[in-house]
Design a protein around this ligand. Structure first.
Ligand code: PEP
Ligand code: MN
Length: 338
């Protein structure tokens, strides 16, 4: 349930409502919008049954939350969340680009990618050290050695690091090297992993599951939020449909839907969303036009010889061209890039 205060409610009236909640062992969650304050109620709302909160001074109305994902919903928290990743904001006016290879393959490959993506405006270096591959015989990632290479690239370029954590056991080690923990599409409903990451305070990039509805995806976010971690960034990366031409079907309508239903920031992955490098730039532009807060893009110095996802990886030159286009689209929709 949320308690919507009147536009002219005083601080005392807001505190009176908060104190009533606290006295009943309920937790108030205060969102200050441009016009009014909304107080979300965390805990068993039955305790408020006979309190006639609607009649308290400064209260405009009390609305029940009908969504199953309460903390992730915009009803509960009408003000858009901006996730701060060690000084870089995601969800604000600036478009943030995360870019780099699918997998960390070698020091040289990673540094070359890092320098290129930094030069053209990326704020994050992506790269998997632990890779969820469809076949157990495919390259599985360099694991700890890969994390060390990411850390070195971070020290060298100043880029933040986003990398995947595949299981509970590796949360601790990945958190030592990464700025953002990526939860891959295949793990979106790995509830024990979600809960454990929810107990940490690390920013999380939660990719949409291959066959997940938007509601399931927001409930996955709820698992993380309900454990106390508020730093959730959603990532639309395409879903499986009957279409065979593209690797996945990039559901860009999810962007405005998420903006309507949730306060969480959302970025788009046109690389996995299409599987083909020529589609990455057009879909990246469309994503920003649709309201996405950023992009995650695979860039490799030599895509033809990449150990994974070469077909969808951009060369540094192609990435440069994309960033120029993104800058124009961002400006056209009232956002900034770089
Ligand atoms: C990746 O980012 O390389 C990746 C494996 O993504 P997804 O989980 O979306 O397939
Ligand atoms: Mn990949």
């Amino acid at each position: 349930m949320v308690i919507v205060m009147k536009p002219n409610a005083t601080q005392k009236q807001i505190s009176d409502v908060s104190n009533l909640l606290l006295s009943l062992d309920l937790k108030p969650h205060i969102s200050r919008g441009e016009e009014r304050v909304v107080i979300g109620v965390i805990g068993d709302k039955k305790k408020l049954k006979e309190k006639n909160v609607e009649l308290m001074e400064g209260v405009e109305k009390v609305i029940p939350i009908v969504e199953s994902y309460k903390l992730a919903s915009r009803t509960f928290n009408p003000v858009s969340t901006i996730v701060d990743v060690n000084g870089v904001s995601i969800g604000g006016k600036n478009i943030v680009i995360m870019a780099g290879p699918c997998a960390v393959e070698s020091k040289e490959q990673l540094l070359e990618s890092a320098e290129a993506v930094k030069k053209f405006g990326a704020k994050f270096l992506r790269g998997g050290a632990y890779k969820p591959r469809t076949s157990p015989y495919s390259f599985q990632g360099l694991e700890k050695e890969g994390l060390e290479m990411l850390y070195e690239a971070k020290k060298y370029t100043g880029l933040k690091i986003v990398t995947e954590v595949m299981d509970i056991h590796s949360i601790e080690i990945v958190s030592k090297y990464a700025d953002v923990l990526q939860i891959g599409a295949r793990n979106m409903q790995n509830f024990s992993l979600l809960k454990e990451i929810g107990r940490s305070n690390m920013p999380v990039l939660l990719k949409r599951g291959i066959a997940a509805t938007i509601e399931e995806w927001l409930n996955a976010a709820e698992y993380i939020l309900s454990e106390g971690n508020k730093n959730v960034i959603l990532c639309e990366r395409g879903i499986r449909t009957f279409e065979q031409y593209t690797r996945n079907t990039l559901d860009l309508s999810a962007v405005p839907v998420i903006k309507k239903l949730s306060h969480l920031p959302i970025i788009v992955d046109p690389s996995h969303g299409t599987g083909k490098s020529f589609l990455v730039s057009p879909m990246a532009k469309a994503a920003i036009a649709a309201g996405a807060d950023g992009l995650i893009i695979e860039v490799h110095p030599d895509p033809k010889n990449a150990l994974s996802d070469g077909a969808q990886s951009l060369t540094p030159k192609e990435f440069e061209a994309l960033t120029k286009e993104i800058s124009k689209v961002a400006n056209a929709v009232g956002r900034d890039f770089i």
